[in-house]
Write a protein of this length. Structure first.
Length: 335
């Protein structure tokens, strides 16, 4: 069987909703090998972009219960007859580069649901709380016929806003806490959130969760209204993922916002802007890869790094010495 037939067969299996084939396809697009990258591009081209799933980006503070929420929320959606894919990004060790990838063990009930698919991926060196090929993994899940794709980020941080460039809705999950919690969440991620869900609103924490929700609702009112939001959005709600309370209300709000954006045309405008953003990112990454493949540039890099380590040059001056020959070659003056 030749390569063309292999790619065609894999594309057919993915479109048929075969979860094992989908897992193989995601492994292919995540690979850094050059031949695998060529196959991945051929696969994505063969699949096209016919189906559009609802992409929901999900971020939250450590210990907030993201896995519990995803399992309860996912099971609720599959109970409605929807097919749900979960792309969970695990932090990678800066020392070893490894990741635990234990999301399936934390969502064992959802992992066994035939209408659900869970894929943990390492973040590697990628900033923004997502893996480098998360966007392509989302496209594969759409091609496989999933109705909802949940993209779980590494955790709350200023760079987590990158997930908003691949999601239709951005949900921020928070725990009941005092004023310090509100101070700890960065303004950037608050401005990106479409819905803030205060989890663990049950038992002794219910009253505190209600107060926390009110605090965030007040903070949201202070933010400038966004053109992609109808009146009342973004908003904050209380939920209990453990008790499965408030999830239907949260889903109803997501549907309301999604329907409004579709009807107003903002959905398509946003998708086009996201496609343009990722095009520029791919061009930048491709240019950097091409530079690193050039032997002369690699040698200049090594020399410059030695100069930086020895203190003969500052990092800025060393970087300029590497880039200057390229500027001269292009005939372009870059300030």
């Amino acid at each position: 069987m030749n390569k063309t037939t292999d790619i065609a067969a894999l594309a057919k299996d993915v479109q048929a909703g075969n979860r094992r084939a989908l897992a193989r396809a995601i492994t292919l697009v995540e690979s850094g090998r050059k031949d695998h990258r060529e196959d991945a591009l051929a696969l994505l081209d063969a699949l096209g972009t016919k189906k559009q799933a609802l992409r929901i980006g999900l971020s939250g503070t450590p210990g907030v219960g993201k896995s519990t929420f995803i399992e309860s929320f996912g099971l609720m959606l599959t109970g409605m007859g929807k097919r749900v894919a979960v792309l969970a990004v695990d932090p990678s060790s800066a020392r070893s580069g490894g990741s635990i990838l234990g999301d399936k063990t934390r969502m064992d009930h959802l992992a066994r649901d035939p209408n659900a698919f869970i894929r943990p991926s390492p973040s590697q060196t990628q900033l923004g709380g997502v893996a480098r090929r998360s966007r392509e993994a989302v496209a594969l899940c759409e091609a496989a016929g999933f109705d909802v794709v949940l993209i779980e980020t590494v955790g709350v941080g200023q760079s987590e806003t990158v997930v908003a460039q691949m999601a239709d809705l951005f949900v921020l999950l928070l725990a009941p806490a005092g004023g310090d919690e509100l101070q700890g969440v960065k303004r950037g991620i608050m401005e990106m959130a479409d819905l803030i869900l205060v989890n663990k609103a049950d038992g002794d924490l219910k009253a505190q969760a209600t107060r926390t929700c009110a605090d965030y609702a007040g903070a949201l009112r202070l933010l400038r209204k966004r053109p992609q939001d109808p009146d009342g959005f973004p908003k904050a709600l209380t939920i209990s993922a453990l008790k499965v309370e408030g999830l239907q209300t949260a889903w109803a709000e997501m549907e309301t916002l999604t329907d409004w954006r579709r009807d107003s045309g903002i959905w398509n405008v946003t998708r086009k802007a996201q496609a343009s953003y990722w095009f520029e990112q791919d061009v930048r990454n491709g240019l950097l890869a091409l530079l690193m493949e050039d032997p002369q540039t690699a040698e200049r890099m090594k020399t410059a790094q030695d100069d930086v380590k020895s203190g003969r040059k500052s990092p800025t001056a060393a970087a300029a010495s590497v880039l200057q020959p390229l500027r001269d070659l292009l005939g372009t003056r870059v300030s």
